[in-house]
Design a protein around this ligand. Structure first.
Ligand SMILES: [Zn+2]
Length: 487
């Protein structure tokens, strides 16, 4: 008995030693001693330009007939008038009329070009919510150090910020060694087919391979992430895929006074229930694993210990992730029933009962894999499963945080925002960046604005606004990034 106890004690001691060893040797991945980026002279005219850009109602509607192309045309005239050097020295191609591809030729065409992208269309202001806006959504009001309006965050600040940076660099006589492309889509908020997708396929047809692509996606979250209090720069290295399935249960119909044992609604409900009981497997590998490698060493002791010892504590970490919807979405393919249809009258049994279920697919899973998982989980010949297909998108490839392009991005972030913790992460929504998978291995999704949790709710919401100083720092960031990558 004593021997057993001694043995157990020794084993426990060994485990504790390993846990502590892993924790203390869990090294920070943050680049150290990065010299601060040189400040750049950004005048208040940049703020005015952002304000004016908001005044064009470049709204993307699901119903394309509502789109007002005169607003898009006027926005382009505004750009030409506001950025004279860019329009004199860069070439501009218009793809499908309103998609913009600028090329700033580098002195060494042997180097792979870099590409900065954004979109200048915005989502509509939901009817009836205009009055909830403290400032009108399309006036671009500048007040109390903020610029207000639809698009100040998503995503005109990127488009205007990049253009300001390039115009500034041109004014200093800078010429890039590496060619720089700027790509601005005009329909990202509906599907990006005419803008981002067409621009990417134009480059692909020309055989262009890019060293780095930077699109919107992550931000600098000033409220920290998962217990880490420092501001965190979330750099998207992948985005989830997308598919929707339709489940149909067929019954006999008839009068509701003598219902059969199983109606179409019962069958469908039990299929939905089974699906809920069979979630996709959660995984801390892949993109989230990379994030843990970057965030872990910066965490308070307890979390650092858990992350450093995933070999033992993975189940604990998974349960922490699945505690929040956002956390769960980042470690598994999600299942979201969104539409249910059955029946037309309270005393008539419906023949068909259907459900639409939307899935956001984790890198590593696939559209086909989702279909198979659902069929197996439901395992009921009375329920047919078919894919809606229209918007099917495979998850993006994962861009490596070990690539030199990522390290340059990391360095640029640390040089402009020295207190920020940089981490790769998984984008759970969709961006135009997904179309660039064939033209670059290094596709990153990050906008250098510093936002707290409330600011993030303003994206696509009411009272969207950006702090003027934040916007000026974005311009400095883009200018620094071009200098660092295009040299
Ligand atoms: Zn956007």
């Amino acid at each position: 008995m004593r021997k057993v106890l001694v043995g157990l004690g020794l084993a426990l001691l060994l485990v504790i030693s390993v846990l502590l060893w892993n924790t203390y040797t869990f090294e920070s991945k943050q680049l150290k001693d990065v010299p601060p980026a040189p400040p750049i002279a950004v005048s208040d005219s940049a703020i005015n330009h952002l304000s004016r850009s908001i005044q064009f109602r470049t709204v993307s509607y699901q119903d394309a007939s509502l789109t007002d192309s005169t607003q898009f045309q006027a926005f382009l005239s505004f750009l030409a008038a506001t950025y004279p050097q860019i329009h004199a020295k860069l070439t501009l191609e218009r793809i499908n009329d309103f998609g913009l591809l600028y090329q700033w030729k580098g002195s060494n065409t042997g180097l792979k070009p870099m590409l900065l992208m954004g979109h200048y269309d915005v989502v509509p202001v939901i009817q009836g919510t205009e009055r909830m806006w403290k400032k009108p959504p399309f006036k671009g009001v500048i007040e109390d150090g903020f610029v207000y309006g639809r698009g100040t965050l998503d995503d005109k600040s990127t488009v205007i910020g990049v253009l300001e940076a390039v115009e500034y660099l041109l004014s200093t006589g800078y010429t890039p060694t590496r060619t720089v492309y700027l790509a601005f889509g005009h329909d990202e908020e509906i599907n990006g087919n005419q803008g981002g997708r067409a621009i990417a396929s134009t480059l692909e047809k020309r055989g262009v391979q890019l060293e780095l692509v930077l699109d919107e996606g992550g931000t600098i979250k000033t409220d920290g992430v998962a217990g880490l209090k420092a501001p965190v720069a979330l750099v998207g290295i992948a985005e989830k895929g997308y598919t929707s399935l339709e489940l149909t249960a067929r019954g006999e119909g008839g009068h509701s006074s003598m219902p059969p044992q199983k109606t179409s609604i019962n069958v469908l409900a039990s299929a939905l229930n089974k699906l809920q009981q069979h979630p996709f497997k959660s995984s801390l590998k892949g993109t989230v694993g990379k994030m843990l490698e970057y965030l872990g060493p910066e965490m308070p002791f307890g979390q650092k210990l858990a992350i450093a010892n995933r070999w033992l504590l993975e189940p604990v970490l998974i349960s922490i992730f699945t505690d929040t919807n956002a956390g769960a979405a980042s470690i598994q393919t999600t299942i979201a029933p969104t539409i249910l249809k059955a029946g037309i009258k309270d005393n008539v049994l419906p023949i068909d009962a259907t459900a639409i279920i939307n899935f956001r697919i984790l890198p590593g899973d696939s559209v086909k894999g989702v279909l198979e998982h659902v069929r197996q989980a439901i395992d009921d010949p009375e329920v047919s499963v078919r894919t809606l297909g229209e918007f099917d998108t495979e998850p993006s490839p994962v861009s490596s945080p070990d690539a030199e392009a990522f390290q340059l991005l990391h360095r640029t972030i640390r040089s402009c925002y020295p207190d920020v913790v940089v981490t790769p992460y998984l984008v759970v929504g969709a961006t135009d960046a997904r179309y660039f998978r064939n033209v670059s291995n290094n596709v990153y999704r990050f906008t250098p604005y510093q936002l707290n949790d409330q600011d993030l709710e303003r994206v696509h919401g009411t009272n969207e606004r950006i702090e003027a100083t934040t916007f000026k720092e974005m311009i400095r960031f883009y200018a620094t990034l071009i200098r660092n990558v295009a040299k």
